[in-house]
Design a protein around this ligand. Structure first.
Ligand code: PHE
Ligand code: NA
Length: 448
């Protein structure tokens, strides 16, 4: 069973800490750029609300009623086929796989913090070279920072739910808010803010494709840390009298706000220097550094705040990626916290080393499977296949395999009969279908 519990505010901050990550500050702006701005943002807001909040409620409910590790919760709460449902709980290992490469990317961010202090690249060409050198040749730097992330994350996890996870989020989340606030105020003071604003909020529906809709659904999942047992596990340590509907809405609003604010900041800076909005994954690591340089002496300072903000967001997400697996070993095998943490930590550390080597030019052949590097494969398999499958399992489980009375007892008092019915309808029919479409489409089995 779960030993220590979050405080109310501690839980919200921890869930927000998990949700707000590289997905908000790095991925959201570049997919928005790629899929045409305002129209994509609108679709994303609708999916974050309907799919995001509905699944958040589901995951909080499973955790609140289950109060155990993910595997035990699926097993114990299932009204039938307990032995089969147990396996759904192994979705808790998906974030551990994600952490292998997420940690490497946080490492890049640390490197960019030091670049902001030492001197930014002056042109896009230089910026490209700095990034490509790091990515494809610099084993030492990447290994060093990956190790730093490993040490930080395991040190926090070792201190447990209250003393570790809650505490770090209570410190870093407010700081993240302050950093983004400063950057936002600075952006508002520049002329191009209005361009960035209309880029994000003036929908041009001619740019909207069915692919954009599917990407938006995928992003809603990733950004809210859904479908991988994280929120379920955190919710197992909820204080008893928490209102899960309110919490879900709050978490999703904060996560969405951070994504939008990050987008406004990034696009304002880019537009001001005439840089492109559609730069793909290189947006943060290639376009932005040289744009920061063009802002002169204030630029290095802005860059420093910006990369520290992403680092904070990344660390609090990384911590959440390992906790579900740690609790699994603690509960099912009676391992001590130290032993469970070390097993999971070493696992992600070693695979992370392979991931990092897979981007190194000299070794890339060794780690290539087909066209993709190990890095790309893990990201592809996790974000496009395993996470949506996790989402399907959650909604099918809660919609068809849990005690309906028990769910209604939790939900009706906080959201009324009508909304509870509507929620049931969504999780039983609409969301599973939407997710199947996402998987078929993203794996290329069937294109819409
Ligand atoms: N939600 C996080 C983000 O937006 C990513 C994440 C993925 C966190 C998986 C935990 C688990 O960056
Ligand atoms: Na997020």
């Amino acid at each position: 069973m779960i030993s220590s519990r979050f405080s109310k505010i501690g839980f919200i901050l921890a869930a927000v800490g998990s949700a707000v990550g590289l997905g908000n500050i790095w991925k959201f702006p570049y997919v928005t750029g790629e899929y045409g701005g305002g129209a994509f943002v609108l679709v994303y807001l609708i999916t974050a609300l309907f799919i995001g909040v509905f699944i958040l409620i589901s995951e909080l409910l499973i955790g609140k009623l289950g109060r155990n590790d993910a595997v035990s919760m699926f097993e114990n709460l299932a009204t039938k086929h307990k032995k089969l449902w147990k396996y759904a709980g192994f979705m808790a290992f998906v974030p551990l796989i994600i952490l292998t490469y997420y940690s490497v990317v946080i490492g890049w961010i640390f490197h960019y913090i030091s670049i902001s202090l030492q001197g930014l690249p002056h042109t896009v060409e230089q910026s490209t070279e700095v990034f490509m050198t790091l990515l494809t040749t610099d084993i030492q730097t990447q290994l060093f920072y990956h190790t730093v992330v490993f040490v930080l994350v395991t040190a926090i996890i070792l201190r447990g739910i209250k003393g570790g996870i809650e505490k770090i989020n209570k410190i870093l989340m407010p700081l993240l808010g302050i950093l983004l606030g400063i950057l936002l105020i600075y952006s508002i003071s520049i002329d191009s803010f209005s361009n960035a604003f209309s880029f994000m909020f003036n929908p041009d529906f001619s740019k909207l494709s069915s692919e954009a809709v599917i990407v938006a659904i995928g992003q809603a999942f990733y950004t809210l840390s859904l479908g991988m047992g994280i929120i379920i596990t955190y919710a197992a340590s909820l204080p008893k009298d928490s209102n899960i509907v309110k919490s879900s809405i709050l978490i999703s609003i904060i996560d969405t706000t951070v994504a939008i604010v990050a987008g406004l900041i990034i696009f304002t800076l880019l537009f001001d220097k005439g840089a492109e909005s559609t730069k793909g994954a290189g947006l943060v690591f290639i376009s932005l550094p040289s744009v920061f340089y063009e802002f002169g002496s204030v630029g290095s300072f802005l860059a420093l705040l910006f990369f520290i903000a992403i680092a904070f967001a990344g660390i609090t997400s990384a911590v959440s990626m390992i906790e579900p697996a740690v609790e699994y070993f603690e509960n099912r095998f009676n391992f001590s916290r130290i032993k469970a943490t070390m097993i999971c930590g070493i696992l992600f550390y070693l695979v992370g080393v392979a991931v990092l080597l897979s981007n190194i030019e000299a070794y890339s052949e060794v780690f290539k499977i087909g066209e993709k590097s190990l890095f790309d494969w893990l990201d592809f398999v996790c974000s496009t296949i395993l996470v949506p499958i996790g989402g399907i399992l959650v909604v099918v489980f809660i919609g068809h395999y849990m005690d309906k009375k028990e769910i209604e007892n939790e939900l009706i008092p906080v959201m009324g009969e009508f909304l509870t019915k509507f929620w049931f309808f969504m999780v039983r029919f609409i969301i599973p279908i939407a997710l199947v479409i996402v998987i078929l489409n993203e794996t290329g089995l069937f294109k819409f």
